[in-house]
Design a protein around this ligand. Structure first.
Ligand SMILES: Cc1cc2nc3c(=O)[nH]c(=O)nc-3n(C[C@H](O)[C@H](O)[C@H](O)COP(=O)(O)O)c2cc1C
Length: 240
């Protein structure tokens, strides 16, 4: 028998998850600090291994956001830091194929020819001013931890985006910042062991921007899940 309360919750939660997408154009309207704090407080209910909560978040607005953005753009233009190793080189073909599909959709939506390298550079550069968002978040972690703790931070990041969507805010998670950790470290007060994992643009969506209507497809569940013993009766499963 269906439970109307569960159905309502499912509709709302699934709706927020399905409607979230990475936004790359923002309205200049500011995000009040109280709203940001409430959002981060609920996001921090994310689980973590042994409840270690290994994340740190640096929230920037106004002059701090502008100053960091300017410094990052300068570093990007000077190309003085090594490329970030967030993907192996070469990327295995099954992943590279989806990466190419993303690139094709992204540049087509922006009206950019994929061979227009200066145009692509200008768009990549927009990452560093947080795509014009009024809030920029930098997520860091203690670099002494094992990769598994980065998973905890990833859960926090997803929670921030879902909590933002639920409040009518938009977001874009951005690994682009990782390469520029030395620049970030000059502008923020970081602990000796902190390393930048990613950033995030956060603010009210610019509804008319075509780039905000880009919707990336997902793999079918049956393509990435192996179902084992689901057709067997429960007793047979337990005895296996
Ligand atoms: C860890 C991570 C890093 C990302 N880095 C960037 C980035 O640096 N710049 C950017 O524009 N988008 C970035 N994205 C957004 C992805 O391109 C986006 O999530 C993906 O294409 C799926 O689209 P959707 O988020 O709209 O569903 C990143 C996403 C994740 C999860």
């Amino acid at each position: 028998m269906s439970d109307p309360a569960i159905e309502d919750t499912t509709r709302v939660v699934d709706g927020v998850m399905r409607s979230r997408r990475s936004l790359r154009a923002f309205h200049p309207k500011s995000v009040p600090r109280e709203l940001l704090e409430a959002l981060l407080a609920v996001a921090a209910t994310a689980p973590s291994n042994s409840n270690t909560q290994p994340w740190r978040v640096h929230a920037l607005a106004g002059a701090s956001l502008q100053t960091l953005g300017d410094a990052l753009v300068a570093a990007f233009r000077e190309n003085r830091l090594p490329p970030s190793p967030h993907f192996p080189e070469p990327l295995p073909e099954e992943h590279a194929q989806r990466q190419r599909e993303f690139g094709a959709t992204y540049y087509r939506t922006l009206g950019l020819d994929i061979t227009d390298m200066p145009g692509r550079m200008r768009q990549t550069e927009r990452n560093f001013h947080f795509f014009g968002a009024p809030v920029g978040l930098i997520f860091t972690i203690d670099k002494r931890l094992a990769p598994h703790s980065w998973l905890d931070l990833g859960l926090l990041v997803q929670n921030v985006m879902i909590a933002a969507s639920a409040r009518g805010l938009g977001s874009c998670p951005q690994v682009s910042f990782a390469r520029f950790h030395p620049v970030i470290a000059q502008h923020l007060t970081l602990g000796e062991h902190e390393v930048t994992v990613c950033g995030m643009s956060l603010g009210y969506p610019e509804p008319d921007a075509p780039i905000n209507r880009m919707s990336m497809p997902r793999r079918d569940v049956r393509e990435f899940v192996s179902f084992e013993s689901f057709d067997m009766p429960p007793l047979a499963q337990a005895q296996r």
